[in-house]
Structure formats: C-alpha cells, structure tokens
Write a protein that binds this ligand. Structure first.
Ligand SMILES: *[C@@H]1O[C@H](CO)[C@@H](O)[C@H](O)[C@H]1NC(C)=O
Ligand SMILES: *[C@@H]1O[C@H](CO)[C@@H](O)[C@H](O)[C@H]1NC(C)=O
Length: 343
C-alpha cells in the first residue's frame, strides 16, 4: 500500500507542468502580479518596465510561432497545450527540444525589445548606439537609427535569466544542472539575434545619385534567427554537471560548445509514441511525404509503422482569362491528391 502511494506521488510530480513565463504571450495576460509563471524577480521587473510588457509578450509569441515552423516536419512538432505551462510536461526534462525552446524565447524577447527601442516605443531606450564597424567604407556615414541590439540583449538577460539566478541550488544537483543549461541556452538565443543582424545601408541624394550613404545595424527577420537556432539545435552538445558544479561535455570526443551553441543534459524521449509523462504526442495521424527521404518522409516520420492514404479533392483557380478592362475570370478546377498519414 505504501509503495503504491509513493508511486502515485512520483507520477503526479512528473505530470505536473509548472506555469511558464512564456504564458505572457497569451491574450488573457492581465497584470504583473497575477502573471502565471513569473518568478519573483520577473514580477518586479514587470512592474518597473511596464512599457516593455507588450514587447516581451510579442517576443514570446513570435518564439512559439517560429518553433512550430521550424519543427513542422519533425517527430516532435513543437506542439503546445492549452494551459499556462505552454509546452506541457516537455520542459520537465533537459532535452534538446527544451534547449531550443529556451533559446528561441530569449531570442524572441531580444528581437522584439531591440526593435521597439528603435521605433521609440520604450521610454528607457532608443536607436542603437553601437560603434561604427571598422571595415565600413570610410565615405559612408554611420548613424541611421539602428535596432538597439545591445539594449535588447541586456534587458532579456535580466528578465529571462533572473528566474535561474534567484534560487540557490545544491552544487551538482539535477536542478543546478538544469539551471546552468537554461542559462547557457538563453545566452545562445540572445547571441543568435546579434549574430544574424546585419549592417544595412541606404542611398540618398538627388534622384538616386547615391552621393550620400548612411548605414546602421539592423535585425534580421525572425525567420533567419529561427533558421540559425535550428542549425544549433541539430548540432547540440550533450553535457553533464560535474562535482565542482560546472558543466562538462559528456563525450570528450566532441568539441567544446561555444556560447553560441545549444547544450542539453537529458536524452529526448521517443517522440514516435505517445508518452504523457514527457509530453510526447506520438506521430500517429501526422501527414507525411511519401517521396521524401527527409524527416518529413513517411518512413522516418511514421517510425516504420507505415501510413494510410486517402484521396482528397483540392479546388484551385484555373483557365484564367483576362477581360477588357480590367478583371480576370477563372474557373474552379479540382484535382485529386493523395494524402498520406502515419499509422
Ligand atoms: C503536431 O503533432 C500533433 C500530434 O501528432 C498533431 O495532432 C498536430 O496536428 C500537429 N500539428 C501540426 C501543426 O501539424
Ligand atoms: C515531398 O518530397 C519531395 C522530395 O523531397 C518534394 O519534391 C515534394 O515537393 C514534397 N511534397 C510535398 C507535398 O511537400
């Protein structure tokens, strides 16, 4: 009986997924105090930087959208759940996927805040004050109003990292390892925004004579940031925490990760099959591509279980003709396509 009770308790603990600060990206956010998933430090920052809240929320939701895009063809497709934990129990283990989530969220906030500074939406920052790049052509003027990457970086470092820093961990414990992992991946996400940013220039002068060129630092699109972090996800390094409380690589044959790389401490669960404890939904029912050799191919996506095929009729505009003047008239044509989905 006692064993049974213990078991139930353990399972409940694993199942419970704590609210996440990412919850701020939801529409029903109302006030810092009641913000589900905020740590004590985040509530304080939220109350001081009230005009940043919209940016943090926009950054968090951009992060979620980008995660879903990057993983659309993978076994784990960045599925979210309908509660304030956002990713459900997935975050309860320090997997590669959790590493990606941390990085893309930190990147989302860095990006959103840096852009809002430039746009004059925040009272505590404005255009970037980054120094002139050394290799910029000497006749070109440095000084357009650039995205404020430095401020976005600093603010995100404070707001996102504070939750890992305000708790004391027993050195070398599993919680300590996870906090170190999160801090590393948060940093990698912020750096991805800086790494992908570009110097952008514009011509001025009479009728495009380009007699004057001004340049500034500009954020990449968030898609480019997402692509960059996805590359890092595919090359993520497994680490463990040693007795001195420092992270070290698990397999010394691999090179040391740089601060730009993602790290993880736990193996991913098997995403082929549903596993509610780790937040895996399995790939049953996922649409796959019969001819692709990649991750979206039926072979890999369905984990060798095979697939079902159904015929669907898809309507599209066809036989379009131009009528004088000025409209285009089309017919609706239907074509039959095969849709494959995993067994
Ligand atoms: C992601 O996978 C889940 C589980 O297989 C599925 O229900 C969901 O529709 C998928 N989402 C997208 C956007 O394909
Ligand atoms: C399926 O994969 C093939 C080969 O990679 C690709 O050419 C094709 O466009 C894909 N089809 C769809 C519907 O994505």
């Amino acid at each position: 009986m006692i064993t049974f009770l213990l078991l139930t308790i353990v399972i409940t603990v694993v199942h419970s997924s704590a609210p996440s600060w990412i919850n701020i990206g939801r529409a029903d956010f109302n006030g810092c105090k009641s913000a589900k998933g905020f740590s004590a430090g985040q509530i304080k920052l939220c109350q001081v930087y009230t005009d940043h809240i919209e940016g943090i929320a926009a950054g968090a939701s951009a992060g979620i959208v980008e995660c879903k895009h990057q993983f659309r063809n993978r076994r784990w497709n960045c599925s979210t759940v309908d509660d304030s934990s956002i990713f459900g129990p997935l975050n309860s283990i320090g997997s590669k996927e959790a590493a990606f989530i941390n990085a893309i969220m930190a990147a989302g906030v860095t990006h959103a805040i840096g852009r809002r500074c430039r746009d004059g939406q925040l009272s505590s920052c404005s255009c970037s004050r980054a120094g002139r790049p050394k290799d910029l052509h000497h006749q070109w003027i440095w000084g357009g109003c650039g995205d404020n990457l430095e401020y976005g970086y600093k603010f995100t470092q404070g707001f996102v990292d504070v939750r890992e820093r305000e708790r004391r961990y027993r050195r070398g414990s599993a919680e300590h390892a996870r906090a170190l992992m999160n801090l590393h991946n948060n940093e990698a996400g912020r750096r991805a925004v800086i790494k992908t940013s570009k110097v952008t220039c514009k011509c001025h002068g009479v009728s495009g004579s380009c007699s004057l060129i001004t340049c500034w630092q500009q954020l990449s699109t968030f898609r480019e940031v997402g692509d960059y972090i996805m590359d890092k996800y595919d090359g993520a390094t497994e680490v463990k925490v040693n007795l001195r409380g420092k992270l070290q690589i698990k397999d010394p044959r691999f090179g040391l990760p740089t601060p730009n790389d993602l790290i993880y401490i736990d193996e991913s669960p098997n995403y082929c099959v549903p596993n509610p404890v780790f937040g895996s939904l399995g790939t049953h029912g996922r649409v796959c591509n019969r001819t692709s050799q990649g991750m979206d191919g039926c072979n890999l996506l369905c984990c060798g279980r095979g697939y079902n095929t159904r015929k669907v009729s898809i309507g599209e505009r066809c036989d379009c003709t131009f009528h004088w003047c000025c409209y285009v008239k089309c017919n609706q044509c239907y074509k039959n396509v095969d849709i494959h989905s995993c067994k």
